[in-house]
Design a protein around this ligand. Structure first.
Ligand SMILES: *[C@@H]1O[C@H](CO)[C@@H](O)[C@H](O)[C@H]1NC(C)=O
Length: 246
């Protein structure tokens, strides 16, 4: 079972407008048929009915009948709900327009799933501030979640995201940046959730790079001090030798 929902919203629509006035006075009946898709399980068939630009009633397949919003809408809705043929027709429409189409669309999406490849790197170091970049490359579909964790807790401050960018084919890439301020140690990691993955991909940042640089600095200072000690010892000996000779 996939934990990450990859369809935030998918909408299938069709319209129908009918001139309802015999004398051509411009009274129009306008009907909007649509499917709202959250996932395979969350499928809703809706019909929005307008008369003369007024929203009069709606059919909602989850409710299973029509709801009127105006005086005329209430009367029509009640009449439609009484009608056995109307009830059956809406069920057939839902199957044809929503269930069958959505199954095909989801199948095509799933056949083309591509896993993101994830990298985590240090991009810049300004004084003690370090910026980390977590990148996800070459994934499909577009919906993805990149999050930062410090010791298992989600970090939200100091985080910036790029939009999911197209690669020119059907795949996408996305980048997320975390600015690490000094004095906040802890284990930092980047997690990526995507529909193609059963488990999130987790990358830990190896802060030892920073530490070894610190090591060089300490080593350098020690060498410098040692050099200074040797030099002054040498000078003292040189002076002694010189004064002995004179
Ligand atoms: C359809 O009805 C259900 C149940 O009342 C509701 O949760 C859902 O939001 C409705 N759909 C729309 C698009 O309003």
């Amino acid at each position: 079972m996939r934990s990450f929902p990859y369809l935030l919203f998918l909408c299938l629509r069709s319209w129908s407008a009918v001139d309802a006035a015999a004398d051509g006075s411009g009274y129009f009946m306008y009907v909007d048929f649509w499917c709202s898709v959250g996932s395979r399980q969350q499928l809703e068939y809706l019909i929005d009915w307008y008369f003369n630009e007024e929203y009069t009633m709606r059919y909602n397949s989850t409710v299973g009948d029509w709801t009127g919003f105006t005086a005329a809408g209430l009367i029509t809705a009640a009449a439609f709900n009484e009608d056995k043929h109307d009830v059956l027709q809406r069920k057939v429409e839902k199957q044809m327009m929503c269930v069958d189409n959505v199954a095909k669309i989801l199948q095509v999406i799933e056949e083309n799933f591509v896993e993101p490849s994830v990298t985590l790197a240090e991009t810049s170091r300004r004084g003690p501030n370090v910026t980390l970049e977590c990148s996800a490359y070459d994934f499909y579909p577009k919906l993805i979640r990149v999050a930062w964790l410090r010791d298992g807790q989600e970090v939200t401050s100091g985080v910036t995201f790029s939009e999911a960018m197209t690669n020119g084919d059907w795949t996408y890439q996305v980048h997320s940046y975390l600015e690490l301020r000094p004095g906040r140690p802890g284990r930092v990691s980047c997690t990526v959730e995507h529909a193609s993955l059963r488990e999130p991909k987790v990358h830990h940042w190896d802060s030892s790079v920073g530490r070894s640089e610190m090591g060089f600095l300490v080593g350098g200072v020690c060498a410098l001090l040692l050099g200074a000690v040797c030099l002054s010892a040498g000078l003292v000996k040189y002076r002694r030798t010189r004064s002995n000779l004179l």
